[in-house]
Design a binder for this molecule. Structure first.
Ligand code: PCA
Length: 229
């Protein structure tokens, strides 16, 4: 018998003057429609750095305490990107280009003092990119999640995973802005329709589930192994 994979999906509230965030739409859409054969938990994180109550990382910790995820897929908006963009690495640096939604602009500080300089994603990067492309949506890999809140959340999630085994695998996907945002904030990048974002997200989750089911023994904590069969 194979257990039901528990997938945490996070998005972000709008930031930087926009009224929308495609990552919130993805998280809300997946929570509303569900994904067959999985237990999905979706959370919209505040675009607030640091670890104080009200920050993205405090919100993430609260969810992870409540929902022991096999995989965490964190989504965020990158309006300069034209494709579904799977991040390979999170770095231990906060250096904001714009203030966060609490009005704070961190400069040259680590995400976590004493933690490693970087964490590679533990999501199946190639599998996700291939699955999204097969679904007909442009996708690629990225070597930088930036030094703003998205990178911070990715780093925190991977650090937590390395320290506690939960979530077993974790990583970040940056998505283009929505067509509605592009109409107000045009740039060189191509926007994506809400429809295509949902197709791509479902394809990404499919690749993650496949990966969870085929992960070699010894790469997951015992509790995961038992539940996934
Ligand atoms: N994108 C920002 C933070 C929230 C979001 O959706 C980032 O790339 O850091």
């Amino acid at each position: 018998m194979i257990g039901i994979p528990r997938i945490l999906v996070t998005g972000f509230e709008p930031f930087g003057g926009s009224l929308l965030n495609p990552a919130a739409l993805i998280a809300e859409g997946l929570a509303a429609e569900g994904v067959h054969g999985t237990m999905i938990r979706a959370e919209i994180l505040p675009v607030v750095g640091g670890v104080a109550p009200g920050s993205a990382r405090a919100a993430l910790d609260a969810v992870l305490a409540d929902f022991q995820a096999d995989a965490a897929i964190h989504f965020g908006e990158a309006h300069t990107r034209s494709e579904f963009s799977v991040e390979r690495v999170a770095i231990n640096l906060r250096d904001y280009r714009i203030a966060d939604n609490a009005g704070v602009c961190a400069e040259d500080t680590p995400v976590i003092h004493g933690a490693p300089s970087a964490h590679f994603t533990t999501l199946p990067v190639r599998g996700i990119v291939d699955a999204v492309r097969v679904a007909g949506i442009p996708a690629g890999t990225s070597l930088t999640a930036g030094t703003y809140i998205c990178n911070e959340v990715m780093f925190h999630s991977l650090e937590r995973s390395a320290a506690t085994g939960w979530p077993a695998i974790s990583g970040f996907i940056h998505v283009p802005q929505l067509e509605e945002q592009f109409a107000i904030r045009p740039n060189e990048a191509r926007p994506m329709s809400a429809h295509d974002l949902m197709i791509a997200s479902r394809a990404a989750i499919g690749a993650v589930i496949l990966h969870l089911r085929t992960m070699p023994r010894g790469t997951m904590p015992d509790r995961h192994r038992r539940r996934l069969g």
